[in-house]
Design a protein around this ligand. Structure first.
Ligand code: SF4
Length: 342
């Protein structure tokens, strides 16, 4: 497998007090841990971050990453320049604290010629639980202060897209900003404010509740929408738009464990204890029959091989995100092996 354009996710905390109803990590939020970087972990992350084959370093968490700003800023400090970071957050902090966070982050990325996109959750699940809404404030901050290296975008898991669209326009109007929405594709809009555009990205809720309103994409429709976006068949791994090759999609968990994103049945090492490099990860991908199949064969063709498996079919009906389908199937002995057997 020839892979380039890797995506590195670093989950820096499990702590969160927000309590979104759909959250997949709610069981970890009270007793969970923050990522703390040992010298070995810093060395490993520096190797991973500074490879020219990495397209983006995405910092988030199994909790809210604003609860562990110190580690995020340490991670930014590991860059040797020209790297694209992303920070995925609810933005729940009071505005004076959020502004201080933006200033410090901007100063750090500016010092290295890096960029950082702050991706704000903008769906009904998050919004109803957040006292200090960050959306209008953040766009106002960006347009007025022009912080070097920072940009903003939005993400939503609302099945009712109209809610997110109207919310963003109303919330910006509340901050004196005249915004309009331009629809781009099933999974993307653009929020336009004057001359500046901000991306809005839609993701599927993983386990949609009964009575989910219309607009919800079933697994097959969701996969098709991603395929339209990248103009190639959906496989696991970091999808790069055709004709570019795909990369590896790697997650580092708050305790330092490393996995290919979505394939948590195969632990690849730990950044505190083991040497971790893209070369070793690529070797692991090539050696694992499961990873090879998931990275090279269209996902819908693979799951179709389980059409006579009752348990697999019930997973495919309940779970409408391909990465979480794999995690759910891994809990059933032999299911993934049967899927990849030719
Ligand atoms: S903010 Fe994120 S981590 Fe916290 S409850 Fe909501 S979805 Fe879960």
């Amino acid at each position: 497998m020839n892979m380039k354009g890797h995506l590195l996710y670093i989950d820096i905390t499990q702590i969160c007090g927000i309590g979104c109803t759909f959250c997949m990590y709610a069981d970890k939020h009270k007793s969970g841990m923050h990522m703390q970087l040992s010298p070995r972990a810093m060395q490993n992350l520096a190797f991973l971050i500074n490879s020219p084959d990495v397209k983006r370093i995405s910092v988030s968490g199994e909790g809210e990453p604003l609860n562990n700003i110190a580690t995020f800023h340490q991670i930014l400090g590991l860059s040797r320049g020209n790297k694209a970071f992303e920070f995925i957050t609810s933005g729940f902090l009071p505005h004076d604290k959020l502004s201080a966070f933006y200033e410090e982050t901007s100063a750090l990325v500016f010092a290295k010629d890096d960029t950082c996109n702050i991706r704000l959750s903008s769906d009904s699940h998050h919004i109803e639980r957040i006292k200090h809404r960050p959306h209008g404030f953040s766009i106002g901050y960006l347009l007025e202060r022009k912080p070097a290296g920072l940009s903003f975008s939005f993400r939503s898991v609302d099945t009712d897209r109209a809610f997110t669209r109207q919310y963003l326009v109303d919330e910006l109007a509340h901050h004196g900003l005249d915004a309009r929405l331009v629809r781009r594709s099933t999974l993307e809009d653009q929020l336009v404010v004057g001359e500046t555009s901000f991306g809005v990205e839609y993701k599927n809720v993983v386990y949609p509740a009964d009575g989910t309103p219309s607009g919800y994409l079933e697994l097959q429709q969701y996969v098709r929408a991603i395929e339209e976006k990248v103009q190639k068949r959906f496989t696991l791994g970091s999808l790069n738009k055709a004709p570019f090759e795909n990369g590896m999609d790697v997650t580092v968990k708050p305790n330092g464990d490393v996995f290919f994103y979505g394939i948590e049945s195969e632990r690849l090492g730990n950044i505190h204890d083991d040497p971790v490099s893209w070369q070793r990860l690529s070797q692991r991908a090539a050696e694992s029959a499961l990873v090879r199949a998931l990275y090279t064969q269209p996902f819908m063709e693979l799951v179709d091989r389980l059409k006579d498996d009752e348990h697999a079919q019930s997973i495919l009906k309940r779970v409408n995100n391909p990465y979480w389908v794999i995690k759910a199937m891994a809990r059933h002995d032999g299911m993934l092996d049967r899927m990849i057997a030719s």
